[in-house]
Design a protein around this ligand. Structure first.
Ligand SMILES: *Cc1c(COP(=O)(O)O)cnc(C)c1O
Length: 356
């Protein structure tokens, strides 16, 4: 028997979240972002749940090929474009849409003879200063691309640096307007936060990621409490041992956690090598036997300990939810001073993914 830890991926929740996203942006088409192995849920586990999407956006050519081989015939967008001129051969063969963010990529495009012209997303650096042409260079790049016979369509794309700052977003929107002035073509601007909270950014295509998986782009689970989004991943395990610890006893490694009364302590088959955050402090919420309780002491590589005071009936084999429907992944992330993005995408490959 394998260890009892399992990540259950709910494909109905994915489909339902996609419907919610459509309700927020009824006039936009949706790139479902499935980078980082579907935000850790497994590309094969998520793409079927999202098959009503208009397109899939990801980074890795290999993942694009996996989608094609699985039978997805719709659009696929490479969010970081191509990393080497030789990648254009696969982009052409698998009919992928690619971002172009640098002049070397324009030159590489100029040198190929594709089977058919390619759809291109021209990346504007509107203030994040990560990828893309700055506003002054943008029209030049756009015009250079529009003259290539290798190019079918051009779309203006940019990425927002803020999820919670109207001012920051407005400044980036102003750059979009200025740089794109007179350039005719669709716009693709919104990530999850902009999809939910800034409808003026929706335009022709949106690129939501985290909300499809039922977590908040702001890191605050209350921010999405009324959106109707459902958690997609439930990380579950079991109690594999129970200790009766006397008052004054320490829990786990080091001296971080000392009990001031005698009590039962549960041992869960889940540790940081499974992707549970090492920095989760004593008190991080966890569900044991259907009851909300808390972690105790430092998280070990393969195990963590939980307070069984609120769960007198818990026994060896009792079900534990680390995050999912009852314990929001955003809440665990907040306790551990990290983000749901990080927790999802850090799920270890040794954890079995079960699709339901
Ligand atoms: C990851 C990513 C997204 C999705 O971001 P979320 O915050 O998960 O919605 C959109 N666009 C680009 C370019 C990205 O890299």
């Amino acid at each position: 028997m394998p260890r009892p830890i399992v990540a259950i991926v709910d494909s109905t929740a994915l489909a339902s979240n996609l419907t919610v996203v459509r309700r927020y942006a009824p006039h936009a088409r949706i790139w479902s972002v499935v980078k980082a192995n579907g935000y850790g849920h497994g590309l094969n586990a998520v793409w079927q749940g999202l098959n009503q999407t208009d397109g899939f956006a990801l980074l890795d050519l290999n993942d694009a090929v996996v989608l094609r081989e699985n039978g997805w015939r719709g659009p696929i967008l490479l969010l970081e474009g191509f990393f080497h001129p030789a990648d254009l051969k696969e982009i052409d063969r698998y009919r992928l849409t690619t971002v172009v963010h640098s002049n070397w990529q324009i030159n590489a495009l100029r040198r190929i003879v594709p089977l058919a012209p390619l759809d291109i997303y021209v990346k504007l650096n509107s203030g994040m200063n990560r990828l893309g042409f700055i506003d002054r260079e943008f029209p030049g790049a756009w015009h250079a691309l529009s003259e290539l016979k290798q190019v079918a369509t051009l779309t203006l794309m940019t990425h927002f640096a803020h999820h919670d700052q109207t001012a920051g977003l407005a400044a980036q929107m102003a750059v979009v307007l200025r740089a794109g002035d007179g350039l005719i073509g669709p716009r693709c601007l919104a990530n999850s936060a902009a999809t939910l909270w800034y409808p003026e950014t929706h335009k022709q295509w949106i690129r939501p990621g985290i909300i499809l998986y039922g977590a908040s782009p702001s890191g605050d689970w209350q921010d999405i409490a009324t959106c109707g989004l459902l958690p997609v991943m439930t990380l579950t395990s079991e109690l594999i041992s129970i200790q009766k610890v006397f008052s004054g006893g320490h829990i786990g490694y080091g001296t971080r956690c000392r009990l001031n009364e005698s009590q039962r302590v549960g041992v869960v088959a889940c540790g940081y090598a499974d992707g549970y955050p090492y920095h989760a402090p004593t008190g991080t919420p966890v569900l044991v036997d259907g009851v909300r309780t808390r972690t105790l002491g430092a998280v070990s590589m393969d195990m963590l300990m939980v307070d069984l005071k609120p769960c007198p009936l818990a026994c060896i084999g009792s079900k534990v939810e680390l995050w999912g429907n009852h314990i929001k992944i955003d809440e665990v992330a907040t306790f551990a001073s990290t983000l749901s993005y990080k927790l999802m995408s850090s799920l270890a490959s040794r954890v079995t993914i079960q699709i339901c």
